[in-house]
Write a protein that binds this ligand. Sequence first.
Ligand SMILES: Cc1cc2nc3c(=O)[nH]c(=O)nc-3n(C[C@H](O)[C@H](O)[C@H](O)COP(=O)(O)OP(=O)(O)OC[C@H]3O[C@@H](n4cnc5c(N)ncnc54)[C@H](O)[C@@H]3O)c2cc1C
Length: 312
Amino acid sequence: MVVRGAKMLATLAPVTDEVIIYSFPGFAPGDEKYALAFAIPIETPGLRIICREPMQDGKRSFFDHPLASRFEEMDALLVFDDVVVPWDRVFLYNNVEAANKLYPMTGAGQQPAHQSGVRGLVKLEFATQVAMKVADTIGVDAYLNVQEQLAEIAQSLESIRALLKVAEYEHTMTEHGEAMPAYVPLETIRGLLPKMYPRAIEVIQIVGAGGLLMSPTGADFESDELRGSIDNYYVGREGISSLERVSIFKLAWDLCGEAFGQRLLQYERYYTGDPIRKRGIFYNNYKRQTPLTMVDEALKGAQLDNKEALTN
Ligand SMILES: Cc1cc2nc3c(=O)[nH]c(=O)nc-3n(C[C@H](O)[C@H](O)[C@H](O)COP(=O)(O)OP(=O)(O)OC[C@H]3O[C@@H](n4cnc5c(N)ncnc54)[C@H](O)[C@@H]3O)c2cc1C
């Protein structure tokens, strides 16, 4: 099979071994030439990786950028320039019906959704802990408005944790003996996380406030001339040294302000496709599978007091 075209957006493509290509369902007759699924080694001739500009140069210090200096994830566009795919690597070929059944019949929706739900849970948990640590470091979690915002993101986190457990608890076994996590809780995570994660990042920005933008560098700490002032004016609440406070605020800034953190946020919004259209698909499926019997039940037996009006 020969493939020509492009595929957005490939996270970590430059360091992967293999790439698998498949699409969301929704193919119509006439879409045959797009109804494909296949996997190939990343170094297959004709497959090009066009990377975005790197955000990190590999030289930034761990102290100043504890996350950004270590965890850059490159994004790229894959271009297929008449790539020859051997037939034994082709799963679907010009088959609209099979392409539309890929998600419902193979678990291509649920299994990756479970993996990304676990990943999202860990990321939201980390963001929540960073927000709580920032607030504690400067003692502002004594204020009710700060407590309310921290509780909001902690409850978001616990909702995702609960949904994952429900997805696992309500799993079914396929005829091939594969445990399939439940669809509705996983899709609910996919709908909620693109709003919850940006909110957690916003809470870090609000609670950290101006302090996020005034951290001295590691080199400043090593300057005899500056160290005394830094130790005087950058302390946190009682018991928190300037070094501890600045370290925590640098971690928080990497997550909520740096290009690195903004890329993580953009990833949470879009990694699984457009969240608006995903929610639209979910609603249409949900409507199809949810008879609105409670409404019918609530209206059962209702009649006008004036029975004659019924005949008018
Ligand atoms: C950091 C990052 C990493 C990613 N990693 C991967 C990956 O590893 N693998 C992978 O396959 N994909 C990945 N994605 C790509 C992701 O699948 C796409 O970003 C997503 O499908 C949205 O497409 P788009 O970015 O082209 O947005 P567009 O389709 O251009 O949409 C732009 C805006 O317009 C709105 N819009 C567009 N069309 C409609 C419509 N018909 N109805 C209503 N609203 C509409 C959208 O809501 C959105 O706000 C990644 C994305 C990001 C940001």
